[in-house]
Design a protein around this ligand. Structure first.
Ligand SMILES: Nc1ncnc2c1ncn2[C@@H]1O[C@H](COP(=O)(O)OP(=O)(O)OP(=O)(O)O)[C@@H](O)[C@H]1O
Ligand SMILES: [Mg+2]
Length: 242
């Protein structure tokens, strides 16, 4: 069997929260190894798309195909086993569990024999976490919790990583760490959908750019071609910075 051209295909997707339409007729294709910068103003539907791809929000109509298989109705847990990892906005860690326990939980999609090495490797990238391995995640600073969330991605080595506002509120040095980590994941062939407030930085890192506006796909094209004119049209003043 030849491998499918696209790792992920979203076709005519509609998503609703009760009666409210959050995603309207969205079609999107992502090739293996690509980085997509997913942009859009507040409430555009970026996190909803991320949640729907990862199985946390149901598809109202349309389909989601991953590695050639329709996963539209697949449980979130099974999509994680398939290799889809969503790092949510805010701090996607378990506050009552220690740093090590959080990473152990992330590693449970790996073969048992590979788990420890994967956790150790993630810890070497984040020495601050290694030093606090027994600390409950809820006791870490906001920035450290975001690093722990990223460390989950390093531990798991997903096929598709959806990173939702990983650099929000971080000091510049930690924002650099976020991008270095994403770059490392990219170099190992991980496909990435990046939702990011630092628009220009995201575009410099990404291959393709997708702009959402009010639940619709407003613009898509090569990241290098997302000119200021496109950004200001859909993102307004926020596109002027970063
Ligand atoms: N759990 C929910 N219940 C009802 N409506 C929701 C829910 N989550 C999001 N929405 C609505 O869906 C729309 C899209 O929200 P979403 O969080 O996907 O936007 P976003 O692009 O991620 O925005 P932001 O940049 O602020 O994170 C918004 O109108 C929002 O109010
Ligand atoms: Mg969001």
């Amino acid at each position: 069997m030849t491998s499918p051209q696209y790792l992920l295909s979203v076709k005519d997707l509609e998503v609703r929260y009760g009666p409210a339409l959050a995603i309207n007729n969205l079609t999107l294709e992502v090739k293996p190894g690509e980085v997509i910068a997913l942009l859009g103003s507040n409430g555009a539907g970026k996190s909803t798309l991320a949640r729907t791809i990862s199985g946390l929000v149901p598809v109202a109509s349309g389909s989601i195909t991953f590695e050639g298989h329709d996963i539209s109705k697949r449980a979130a847990y099974h999509r994680r086993l398939d290799g889809i990892l969503y790092l949510p906005e805010g701090r996607g860690v378990f506050p009552g569990l220690s740093v090590t326990e959080n990473l152990r939980l992330a590693s449970n999609t790996l073969a048992r024999s590979k788990r420890k090495a994967a956790i150790d490797e993630a810890m070497t990238v984040f020495p601050n976490l290694a030093a606090r391995r027994s600390t409950k995640a809820g006791m870490l600073s906001g920035g450290e919790q975001q690093m722990l969330s990223l460390a989950r991605a390093l531990t798991v080595g997903p096929k598709l990583l959806i990173a939702d506002e990983m650099s929000l509120g971080l000091a510049p040095k930690l924002v650099d760490t976020v991008f270095e980590t994403l770059n490392h994941l990219k170099s190992t062939g991980v496909t990435i959908i990046l939702i990011e407030q630092f628009i220009h930085r995201a575009l410099a890192f990404a291959d393709q750019c997708v702009v959402m506006s009010r639940g619709n796909l407003a613009w898509q094209g090569p990241a290098a071609g997302a000119h200021q004119e496109v950004l200001t049209r859909y993102l307004g003043e926020s596109a002027m910075v970063g």
